[in-house]
Design a protein around this ligand. Structure first.
Ligand code: THU
Length: 138
């Protein structure tokens, strides 16, 4: 796992919880926040944004990722995720794949519960053998 300091973990968790407040969730009522740290040092918070047609819903993790990529970021150090669930919130399968395009398998993924307790894993543990640009063989 890429090294990450305790103070950085706490900071990312705080920003993920703040991002959760911006969730647009009229259908599920399930608020999620994420905060992605780019290697540039910049932070990209994101929230889930739902849609009346349901499937266009965007998860918090992808909102954070797409904001960052739009700003020119291509390398990332860590992500934290927060929700109101009583359980630890891990990224969904689609977000794991979206993150794998830009984030290394060793990138820490910090999953919290509502009390702010956390579990750290890596993207590689969450999505082994991700389909990557190299797999296109072009
Ligand atoms: N959601 C996220 O934003 N991130 C996750 O990791 C899991 C699910 C959102 C999608 C939807 O708005 C709501 O949570 C319920 O699935």
């Amino acid at each position: 796992m890429k090294q990450i300091h305790e103070s950085e973990i706490k900071n990312l968790i705080k920003m993920a919880f703040e991002a959760k407040e911006r969730a647009y969730v009229p259908y599920s009522g399930f608020r999620v926040g994420a905060c992605l740290k780019a290697s540039s040092g910049a932070y990209y918070p994101g929230c889930n944004i739902e849609n009346a047609a349901y499937s266009p819903t965007n998860c918090a993790e992808r909102t954070a990722l797409f904001r960052a990529v739009y700003e020119g970021e291509r390398e990332f150090d860590a992500i934290a995720i927060a929700s109101d669930s009583g359980n630890f919130t891990f990224p969904c399968g689609v977000c794991r794949q979206a993150l794998a395009e830009f984030c290394g398998a060793d990138m820490p993924v910090i999953c919290t519960d509502p009390k702010g307790q956390y579990k750290i894993t890596t993207l590689g543990e969450l999505l082994p053998n991700a389909f990557l640009p190299k797999d296109l063989d072009i």
